[in-house]
Design a protein around this ligand. Structure first.
Ligand code: URA
Length: 247
């Protein structure tokens, strides 16, 4: 990472404006490696410098990757007029400009959500061409059947313009609980796939993305940063049942 101007770096990794950062520098509230900063143009090397603002050390990273346990009743968007969003739930110390949820979950769906400011990463984990699986637990209003699994594996045709779904994996966990793995993300996809099989999804919870499971220590609404190792697991490919179908 190239050294960057201090005011740009700090404003880019927070919700502060550059003007606020400059004001603090002027007031002597910003130190780099213990030395008060004199100019907002001072260059900052992300990996080497220790930056303290008003007595609080900042942990600077060019991009932020958060795992959230999305609760029901919250929309997976950056902003919404009537409802809290997953971005609203990010605690102040982790907030920064440009955060967005990588992919959508319905308002009533719970579980794993990645929130980031890295558009390229989001594209990589969401594009069906990347073969990054998303794993869900779906509670149905009736028993899971072998026929449902066969239809999921063959690719369920959806009403509308989207055509058929890619082949998906379905496994019975309990009589009315199924584990479903998708390699794409169409609107209400799992609910519509089960509806095509005559079943209604009464609860839906995402348990993993790529090879990364949801941290069971995260209470609904909580989030935390991913470790570098977890970031690799998040992007893990699994060719899945679509291999040989043009992807
Ligand atoms: N499929 C759905 O129907 N809803 C979700 O939130 C995710 C997948």
């Amino acid at each position: 990472m190239k050294p960057e101007r201090l005011d740009k770096a700090l404003a880019g990794q927070s919700t502060w404006s550059r003007r606020e950062v400059r004001d603090w520098i002027r007031q002597g509230l910003v130190t780099v490696d213990g030395i008060p900063v004199k100019s907002p143009e001072q260059k900052l090397d992300w990996e080497q410098h220790r930056v303290v603002v008003a007595g609080k050390e900042l942990s600077l990273r060019p991009r932020l990757y958060l795992m959230m346990n999305k609760p029901a009743g919250v929309v997976s968007a950056t902003r919404d007029d009537g409802c809290p969003t997953v971005v609203d739930l990010v605690p102040p110390q982790l907030r920064r400009r440009g955060l967005f949820p990588a992919g959508r979950l319905d308002k009533d769906t719970t579980g794993m959500m990645v929130i980031t400011d890295d558009g390229a990463l989001a594209h990589r984990i969401l594009s069906p061409k990347s073969h990054v699986p998303k794993t869900y637990l779906a509670r149905l209003d009736r028993p899971v059947t072998a026929e449902m699994a066969e239809r999921f594996a063959a690719g369920i045709p959806l009403a509308g313009e989207e055509g058929a779904c890619l082949p998906a994996a379905l496994e019975t966990v309990e009589e009315t609980l199924a584990r479903v793995v998708l390699w794409e993300g169409m609107y209400h996809q799992i609910k519509r796939m089960f509806a095509a099989c005559g079943a209604r999804v009464v609860e839906l919870h995402r348990v993993a993305m790529g090879a990364l499971p949801l941290d069971s220590g995260l209470a609904p609404g909580e989030c935390r940063e991913l470790t570098p190792e977890e970031l690799v697991l998040l992007q893990a490919r699994d060719e899945g049942p679509s291999v040989g179908k043009g992807l």
